[in-house]
Ligand binder design. Structure first.
Ligand SMILES: C[S@@+](CC[C@H](N)C(=O)[O-])C[C@H]1O[C@@H](n2cnc3c(N)ncnc32)[C@H](O)[C@@H]1O
Length: 241
């Protein structure tokens, strides 16, 4: 199946039918998603799956969601967030006149809104901006509604958060002056090459002294010196001033 997975026999291929850069994701992950999608959509080969994805927008979204692993929740991994709250935010918020935070891979806004709430607890929300980006325009459209996980986000939080569609494996960061970047549970699904681009974009997004935080038990694989970063805690890296 490997040969046909990314190319296919038809003029349309799985990458074009899904609208995702499948080559950026680990082959074993894409294979698993393709096999499950064939079972789910009751087809027996990739060409038939491509035809279904082209004809059925719901099936296409199911496949895109599976490959991108677009699942999240407000305050997901509360223990890790508590760690960020105690160990990262105090250093970033102390004395800051203006704060910029990026949630890279924010799904339907869950992580971006969570960050806004955490900034409110630190009393800095009114002078903060949170940017949430994701590859899936479908989940970002959901985020834009301001209703997240069935909860209406309060206007004072909603106005501090903006969203932007962006492929972390190919595009530059949304800005280069972020004080904190959170990128949890996205990098492990990428190929080494796509991951290297993504890690460079995360580092590039930081203002000097800014911190990038990965998911629990995740570490950067690129050279820290090359990225201009220094590890300050496991999974948290500061941009060298
Ligand atoms: C497992 S979810 C993690 C969501 C959130 N960070 C959390 O920890 O709850 C991974 C997110 O990354 C997004 N994503 C996957 N590939 C991406 C890419 N190439 N560029 C940007 N976002 C991507 C997915 O759509 C999804 O929302």
């Amino acid at each position: 199946m490997t040969g046909t997975l990314l190319s296919g026999h038809r003029s349309a291929t799985l990458p074009s039918a899904s609208g995702l850069p499948l080559a950026a994701y680990r082959t074993d992950h894409v294979h698993r998603c393709a096999i499950r999608a064939c079972q789910r959509e009751h087809v027996t080969d990739i060409d038939a799956l491509v035809a279904v994805l082209e004809a059925d927008p719901d099936a296409r979204l199911r496949f895109r969601t599976a490959v991108a692993v677009a699942h999240s929740a407000l305050f997901r991994d509360a223990e890790h967030l508590r760690w960020i709250d105690r160990n990262v935010l105090p250093g970033i918020t102390a004395g800051a006149r203006r704060l910029r935070v990026w949630s890279a891979g924010c799904t339907a806004g869950e992580e971006a809104y969570t960050l806004a709430m955490m900034l409110e607890w630190h009393g800095v929300l009114a002078r903060s901006e949170v940017v949430g980006t994701d590859i899936l325009e479908e989940t970002l459209a959901e985020a834009e509604t301001g209703v997240c996980a069935g909860t209406r986000i309060a206007p004072q939080l909603r106005t501090r958060v903006s969203f932007d569609q962006r492929d972390l494996t190919r595009e530059p960061p949304p800005a280069t002056d972020f004080d904190m970047v959170l990128c949890r549970r996205l990098l492990p699904y990428l190929t080494p090459q796509a991951r290297a681009h993504a890690e460079a974009a995360l580092a590039q997004a930081l203002t000097p002294g800014g911190v990038v935080v990965l998911g629990r038990d995740e570490t950067l694989t690129s050279g820290l010196e090359e990225l201009g970063l220094r590890e300050v805690q496991p999974g948290a890296y500061r941009k060298i001033a």
